[in-house]
Design a protein around this ligand. Structure first.
Ligand code: NAD
Ligand code: DAU
Length: 331
């Protein structure tokens, strides 16, 4: 298949590109703006086997150049960090909503298949039970509101123009190449450095963890077998309180619990996410990696790939960290 992968230099997008080249032999073009979270290093082992276009999804000229000779668009490109959406929502509105619109127009003009990569956060928080694809959309943060807006726009292109769209909503991903602003890589790198581990609130918020390759497979099932106009949840096999995730990381890195520091909570912090994925499972998908195995693999990867993360823990990252947590990282 000839795929345009938008946001393919990010964490999940680069994993998806690797998986599609390896398991499907696709012809892949990546369109990516290379924001702080998008890095050529994420594609280091496959860069010679793809076409890379440096550009923004909200720029119709860049999209027009990238989409040539493609059969389908899979859109991962987004501003993705909830905390950054709270301190500066504008970039989220431009990329996540305006950018999705430009991609939908490109797909409509050319009659392309379109897959939108979305998130469980569009449903908001759930105290018990799990969200299905029919649950109401109740986003809490500017990030999830813009992902929601994008999803609604995608559905409108199916209903109004008959575009062959599919939405795939994943739960919290983790694994190699994740930018260390997110819980798991941040805690792993701080633990390896013997630095504090900043846990928000009481640490008892629950996330539904999904190993990143399993999400890549889930999106592939939705692309191949998903019915046009449908949405598919892709939830991980395990739910875990944040504090348990952090304790497992401390144990895997051989550090003491005394590194844990409870810090000010995130405003509007969703308590629990949980997805029912029966619809995607009915297409044949099933997650292969449980949290116990996935977190051990992930800690090993960060331990062995300092070449990847050392350049990140400089400049913008250190400024962001100090601004956000009110303290500097250990030099
Ligand atoms: P990421 O932040 O690691 O990567 C995002 C990528 O998009 C980067 O390569 C970045 O350069 C690129 N990008 C940002 N703005 C762009 C623009 N305007 N034009 C072109 N490229 C742009 O994110 P991720 O965690 O890999 O998430 C990928 C997608 O999956 C997002 O749509 C996100 O909402 C969704 N998602 C993420 C998770 C998760 O746990 N990380 C879970 C479910 C869904
Ligand atoms: O659920 C899917 C979503 O998962 C994706 O759509 C988002 O793009 C992705 O960022 C992620 O959002 P979360 O807000 O759940 O992930 P984050 O890693 O930021 O936080 C996970 C949990 O850990 C959350 O309850 C907040 C908490 N946390 C996070 C950080 C960064 C802390 O306690 N301390 C921290 O320093």
């Amino acid at each position: 298949m000839r795929l345009l992968v938008c946001g393919g230099a990010g964490f999940i997008g680069s994993t998806f590109v690797r998986l599609r080249l390896r398991e499907y032999g696709d012809d892949v073009t990546v369109l990516d703006k290379l924001t702080y979270a998008g890095r050529r290093e994420n594609l280091h082992d496959v860069i010679d086997n793809i076409r890379f276009v440096h550009g923004a999804i909200e720029d119709p000229a860049a999209v027009g150049a990238a989409v040539i000779e493609c059969d389908a668009i899979v859109n991962f490109a987004a501003e993705t960090h909830v905390d950054r959406s709270i301190s500066g929502p504008e970039a989220f509105i431009i990329t996540n909503m305006q950018g999705t619109h430009v991609l939908l127009e490109a797909a409509r003009e050319r009659g392309l298949r379109y897959v939108q990569v979305s998130t469980d956060e569009v449903y908001g928080s759930i105290d018990s039970g799990s969200f299905t694809e029919f649950s109401p959309l109740q986003p809490s943060s500017p990030y999830s509101a813009t992902k929601c807006g994008a999803d609604l726009l995608v559905s409108s292109y199916y209903h109004t123009y008959g575009l062959s769209t599919t939405i795939c909503r994943g739960s919290n991903n983790y694994g190699p190449y994740q930018y260390p602003e997110k819980l798991i890589p941040l805690m792993i790198l701080n633990a390896l450095a013997g630095d504090h581990l900043p846990v928000y609130g009481d640490g008892r918020n629950v996330r539904n963890w999904l190993y990143v390759e399993d999400f890549g497979h889930g999106i592939s099932y939705a692309l191949a077998h998903g019915a046009p106009g449908e949405t598919y949840n892709c939830g991980g096999p395990d739910e875990c309180e944040n504090i348990d995730v952090v304790r497992q990381i401390l144990s895997l890195t051989g550090r003491e619990d005394s590194l844990i520091e409870y810090v000010k909570d995130r405003p509007g912090h969703d308590r629990r996410y949980s997805l029912a994925s029966d619809k995607l499972r009915a297409l044949g998908w099933t997650p292969r990696v449980d949290f116990h195995e996935g977190i051990a693999r992930t800690v090993d990867w960060y331990r062995s790939n300092a070449w990847w993360w050392e350049p990140i823990r400089t400049g913008e990252y250190l400024e962001y960290y100090e601004r956000h947590y009110g303290r500097a990282l250990k030099p």
